[in-house]
Design a protein around this ligand. Structure first.
Ligand code: MN
Length: 273
């Protein structure tokens, strides 16, 4: 019932916005038809220091895949999150700061650990566990992928350069966000393989942490040539997965190489409506 109200509200908003921009009856009709096709609503976890915003790259990527993006503001109130999860059909956990290793996976912090934000950890962990328990499609990106692993019992390398002696690849690129600097190998038959349709692809890379012990019930589905985990997915699901790179950096700039990742999320979200 709540979804119907939300849908009606969005329909009114869309019609109103089209009405403002262009009063032609034809435009309004097109907008109405699109909404009638049930565009799935994708919740994007608040990502930046301001607790109610996320970079426009995530928003644009969801739009390009045919979804309706909404930001989920940071909160510690479980009831608020329950209400939000009644409205959204899928969730993206965004990139950002390091995760507190002591609270997250019972490890003392190493000197090379970056900034941690306890309030955000709490919010993110609650949100992802509730969304997965509800059966919603969930895509974790960068920190979001690491968080997915931690939320379900896995651990992280707190700092690749000082902890993983066999790693030789630059995982903190100094290049545009829509430019892939290192390759990944994708497991055949995995979700990643289905979404991207290739065994190997160049990705962007902005991380110094990575998945160490994979959470029970999850598997690794892509690695970089130096053995760093670049994607995981939940074994008994076809819509809970995470990537260590930033596909939205490509998609928001009009590069379709990684659009399949967001299309899959939006398609699965449409099934949940
Ligand atoms: Mn990388």
């Amino acid at each position: 019932m709540k979804k119907i109200f939300a849908l009606v509200a969005i329909m009114v908003l869309v019609m109103a916005s089209f009405g403002n921009v262009d009063a032609q009856g034809k435009k309004v009709k097109q907008a109405t038809e699109t909404v009638e096709a049930c565009m799935p609503i994708i919740g994007i976890s608040a990502a930046e220091s301001s607790p109610a915003s996320a970079p426009a790259t995530y928003v644009n990527a969801v739009k390009r895949a045919g979804g309706v993006p909404v930001i989920i503001p940071m909160t510690s109130d479980k009831a608020q999150l329950e209400a939000v999860l009644e409205i959204v059909d899928g969730v993206i956990m965004t990139g950002g700061e390091d995760i507190d290793p002591l609270k997250g996976y019972n490890e003392e912090p190493l000197r090379a650990l970056g900034e941690i934000v306890p309030e955000r950890d709490k919010f993110d962990l609650m949100l992802i566990r509730m969304a997965v328990a509800k059966g919603l499609p969930v895509l974790g990106i960068c920190r979001g992928e690491q968080l997915m692993n931690v939320a379900f019992g896995g651990s992280l390398y707190q700092d690749i350069p000082s902890q993983v002696k066999t790693s030789y690849i630059k995982h903190r690129q100094e290049a545009p966000r829509n430019y892939g600097t290192h390759s990944i190998e994708i497991t055949e038959g995995s979700l990643m393989h289905k979404m991207l349709g290739v065994n190997k692809i160049a990705v962007n890379s902005y991380h110094h942490q990575a998945v160490k012990d994979v959470a029970p019930g999850f598997k690794v589905t892509a690695v970089s040539p130096d053995g760093i985990v670049e994607a995981i997915e939940k074994v008994d699901s076809d819509c809970v997965w995470g990537v260590q790179f930033h596909p939205e950096g490509f998609v928001s700039m009009g590069d379709d190489s990684f659009l399949g990742i967001f299309k899959h999320l939006v398609n699965k979200a449409a099934e949940k409506k």
